[in-house]
Design a protein around this ligand. Structure first.
Ligand code: HEC
Ligand code: HEC
Length: 410
C-alpha cells in the first residue's frame, strides 16, 4: 500500500471511531428520557410535526434566561423548569409572592408593582419591596404534567360538579372561579360566559387563570420578567420609575412562546404506581368513603380538543377544578376573581408520590408548601373539608396508613 493511501485509511478509521464514540456517549450529554414506569414521562402520542414542536417547547421550558436573553430586571426564577421541577411540584426555594388584592374589585397596587413581587433584580436595580398597606400571599409551583387534560375538560362538566354538591352531606360545596380574561386570550369553543362578561377559569392555586396560553404569558412576564407581544410591559419598581406605558420589544417571539404552550398542553398525565397493591386499594376505598373524593374527584373526561390525544379522554387528576372554602386556617388574605381569601382550587393529587423526588426527599404541600407530610396536609383541611379530615383521624391506624400509601402511589 502506498504511503499516501495508508495515511488516508488511518484518517478514515480515526474519524469513524470518533463518530461512534460520540454517538454512543450521547446519553452522557443528553439526559435519558424518564422511564414511564417512574411517573412523569414526556408527551402524549403526537404526530411527527407535533413532536418537533413539543421538543422545541421542552428546550425552552428547561432553558435558563439571562439578562442577555430578556431576564428581569425583576424576576422570581430564571426558567420554567426551576420552579416546575421535572414538570412536578415546586420547592419553597422558588416560592413566589403576590400582593395587593383583597376583594373582587381588582388589585389596588398595580401602580406600585403589583400583583407579583420580583424576588430578585438584576445588578444596578433597587430591590422591590411590598408596599405599605398591601397584604401578601406566598405560592409554590403546582404540578404541570397533565395540564392539557385539565384544559380540555368542558365548562359544562365543571358546572355539573358544582351543582351535584348542593346536598352533599359532608358540607362540601365549591364553585367555579369566574374571572375577567385579557384581550389576548381567545375563549375556547363551548366556553360559558356569565352575564358580567366573566369566564370560568381553572389554572393557578385559586383557579383565576383561563387557559394555558394566558398562564404561559403570565409566567414569562411575572415570574421571569420576559416580555411577549401578549404582555409587553416589564415588571418595574415604583420606587425608581412609574408604571411603563409604552410596550417594550418582545423578549420572546410568538413561535417560541407557542412552542412552550404546546409543550405544557401535550404533557402526559402522571402514571399511578402499585395500583393493584392490596393496601393501595384499601386506602383508595377509605379515601372515597371518608369524603376526600367529594373534591379530589378521581375521573374527569375531556371534550373536543384540536390535539387528538387529548380529545374525549377519561383521566385521573383527583380534582374537581372548583374552588372551596378551606376555613380560617387556610386564609391568605388575598383574592383572585371570585375566589375569596380562604378559597382554593382542589389541588390535583396526581404525581403526589413523586414529590419527594423533586423536593429534596421531603414534601412541601398545600399552596405555600407549609405541610411537610401528607398527614399534615390533611390536618390543615378545614372549612368545607373539615368533615373529611375529621373522618380521617377516626380511621383505624391501618386504614390511615393505607390512605397515605394510596396517595403515595399517585
Ligand atoms: C417562580 C416560579 C415559577 C416559574 C419561573 C414558573 N412558574 Fe408556573 N407556576 C408557578 C406558581 C406558583 C403557579 C401557581 C400560580 C397561581 O396560583 O396563580 C404556577 C402555575 C403554572 C401552571 C398552571 C398549573 C395549574 O394546575 O394550575 C402552568 C401550566 C405553569 N405554571 C407553567 C409555567 C411555564 C410554562 C413557565 C415558564 C414560562 C412557568 N410556569 C414558570 C411558579 C412558577
Ligand atoms: C372541600 C374539598 C376538599 C376535600 C373534601 C378534601 N380536600 Fe384535599 N385539598 C382541597 C384543596 C382546596 C386543597 C388545596 C389547599 C391549599 O393549597 O391550601 C387540598 C389539598 C390537598 C393536599 C395537598 C396536595 C398538594 O400537592 O399540595 C392533599 C395531600 C389532600 N388535599 C388530601 C386530601 C385528603 C386525604 C382528603 C380526605 C381526608 C381531602 N384532601 C379532602 C380540597 C379538599
Amino acid at each position: 500500500m502506498k504511503k499516501r493511501n495508508l495515511l488516508i485509511l488511518i484518517l478514515f478509521i480515526l474519524t469513524f471511531s470518533a463518530t461512534i464514540v460520540s454517538i454512543t456517549s450521547c446519553n452522557k450529554i443528553f439526559p435519558e428520557m424518564i422511564n414511564p414506569e417512574n411517573g412523569l414521562c414526556g408527551p402524549i402520542t403526537l404526530t411527527s410535526s407535533q413532536t418537533l414542536l413539543f421538543s422545541a417547547g421542552n428546550d425552552q421550558f428547561f432553558a435558563n434566561r439571562t439578562s442577555a436573553t430578556g431576564l428581569g430586571p425583576y424576576f422570581v426564577a430564571t426558567g420554567c423548569g426551576s420552579c416546575h421541577s421535572s414538570d412536578n411540584r415546586g420547592h419553597p426555594f422558588t416560592i413566589l409572592t403576590r400582593f395587593g388584592q383583597t376583594d373582587s374589585t381588582g388589585n389596588k397596587f398595580l401602580a406600585e408593582g403589583g400583583p407579583q413581587l420580583g424576588t430578585f433584580c438584576l445588578p444596578g436595580y433597587t430591590p422591590e419591596t411590598i408596599p405599605a398597606g398591601a397584604t401578601s400571599t406566598k405560592l409554590i409551583a403546582p404540578i404541570t404534567a397533565g395540564v392539557g387534560f385539565l384544559e380540555a375538560v368542558p365548562d359544562s362538566e365543571i358546572i355539573a360538579m358544582a351543582n351535584a354538591n348542593v346536598n352533599n352531606p359532608n358540607g362540601v360545596r365549591g364553585h367555579p372561579n369566574y374571572n375577567a380574561i385579557p384581550s389576548y386570550v381567545t375563549p375556547l369553543s363551548g366556553a360559558i360566559q356569565r352575564a358580567d362578561g366573566k369566564y370560568i377559569c381553572r389554572f393557578g392555586r385559586k383557579a383565576a387563570v383561563y387557559n394555558l396560553f394566558q398562564q404561559v404569558a403570565l409566567a414569562y412576564n411575572h415570574d421571569m420578567g420576559i416580555t411577549s407581544s401578549y404582555m409587553p410591559y416589564n415588571p418595574f419598581n415604583y420606587q425608581d420609575e412609574a408604571m411603563p406605558t409604552t410596550p417594550a420589544t418582545p423578549e420572546i417571539d410568538n413561535n417560541t412562546f407557542y412552542s412552550v404552550v404546546f409543550y405544557v398542553t401535550a404533557l402526559q398525565t402522571p402514571i399511578q404506581r402499585n395500583a393493584t397493591d392490596a393496601t393501595v386499594i384499601q386506602g383508595q376505598n377509605a379515601f372515597v368513603k371518608i369524603g376526600c373524593a367529594d373534591c379530589h374527584k378521581q375521573n374527569l373526561t375531556t371534550g373536543y380538543s384540536a390535539i387528538q390525544g387529548l380529545a374525549y379522554q377519561t383521566f385521573q387528576p383527583f380534582t374537581d377544578l372548583l374552588v372551596h372554602d378551606m376555613g380560617p386556617g387556610d386564609d391568605d388574605h388575598y383574592t383572585e376573581g371570585d375566589a375569596l381569601t380562604s378559597e382554593w382550587r382542589t389541588t390535583p393529587l396526581w404525581g403526589l408520590g413523586l414529590a419527594p423526588c423533586v423536593q429534596g426527599g421531603d414534601v412541601y404541600l398545600m399552596h405555600d408548601g407549609r405541610a411537610h407530610s401528607i398527614q399534615q396536609a390533611i390536618q390543615m383541611h378545614g372549612g368545607e373539608s373539615a368533615v373529611s379530615a375529621a373522618n380521617f383521624s377516626k380511621l383505624s391506624s391501618a386504614d390511615q396508613t393505607a390512605v397515605i400509601k394510596f396517595l403515595q402511589s399517585l
